[in-house]
Design a protein around this ligand. Structure first.
Ligand code: SAM
Length: 231
């Protein structure tokens, strides 16, 4: 019997196809609340390497005061970068596949890879090693991968595209990748699935209080698996 092979599509191509509509997927109150929580998690101060920057969520909503000399956003979708440049023409955005990340001799005080984009990488360990090379010693990184609970997350822009490559991580896997890539002071936690109705009733500033560190939550009940560490 011949097995039918399922075609697996490249994530950056999928984002390219929806780049013009991407921001419309994330205009709900819950999305603002999630951005607020990421704002609370962000490593602070100095220059910032925004990996898989998409349409520029970080300089638009999470850290709008970031200065041009302190920011570089990279993404593997030309369409997403085009949107980012439209929103923030004063900032530098570069076309880069993080699996092969190379920004020359540039070093950043911190690097972030937000909202699950780590799950799209085909060479996660190699990518983390490359990221580390571009962060100053003791500089902090914040990495977000998808947890299995993300499958059920309402509003995910590629929910109807299960054929797009992605990997769902556990805390242990992400922790091991971080250690093996040479990061220290690594801490991981799960971003638990709270019902959207609960979240949307809360005043936005109170959201971080609910999304506290959940070490006891099962991995498969998490939207995101988050890791912080130092280069
Ligand atoms: C869920 S979006 C997140 C975008 C942004 N960080 C945000 O929070 O809005 C995922 C992004 O990862 C990018 N991406 C996927 N694979 C990539 C890769 N190998 N290298 C760089 N960017 C990639 C996509 O093009 C897309 O912009």
């Amino acid at each position: 019997m011949q097995l039918k092979q399922r075609e697996i599509f490249d994530p950056a191509d999928a984002y390219d196809a929806i780049a013009g509509r991407y921001d419309d997927f994330y205009r709900r109150r819950i999305d603002r609340a999630e951005n607020r929580f990421v704002h609370y998690l962000m490593p602070s101060g100095g220059s910032l390497l925004d990996l898989a920057c998409g349409t520029g969520l970080v300089p638009r909503e999470i850290e709008p005061l970031v200065e041009p000399r302190n920011y570089l956003g990279v993404d593997a979708s030309a369409g997403m970068i085009e949107q980012a440049r439209r929103h923030r023409p004063d900032l530098e955005f570069d076309y880069q596949d993080i699996d092969f990340l190379d920004v020359g001799s540039r070093l950043f005080d911190r690097a972030v890879l937000l909202f699950g984009a780590f799950s799209y990488l085909r060479k996660p360990l190699g990518a983390l090693r490359r990221i580390r090379r571009h962060v100053v010693e003791n500089g902090e990184v914040l990495i977000m991968a998808y947890g299995e609970g993300h499958v059920a997350k309402p509003g995910y822009c590629l929910a109807n595209h299960p054929e797009v490559y992605r990997h769902y991580y556990t805390r242990n896997e992400l922790r091991l990748f971080m250690f093996n890539a040479g990061f220290k002071d690594v801490r991981t936690f799960g971003w638990r699935r709270w019902p959207d109705e609960t979240m949307t009733r809360l005043p936005v500033p109170l959201v971080p209080a609910l999304w506290v560190e959940h070490q006891l939550v099962r991995d498969d009940d998490c939207y995101f698996i988050v890791a912080r560490g130092r280069a």
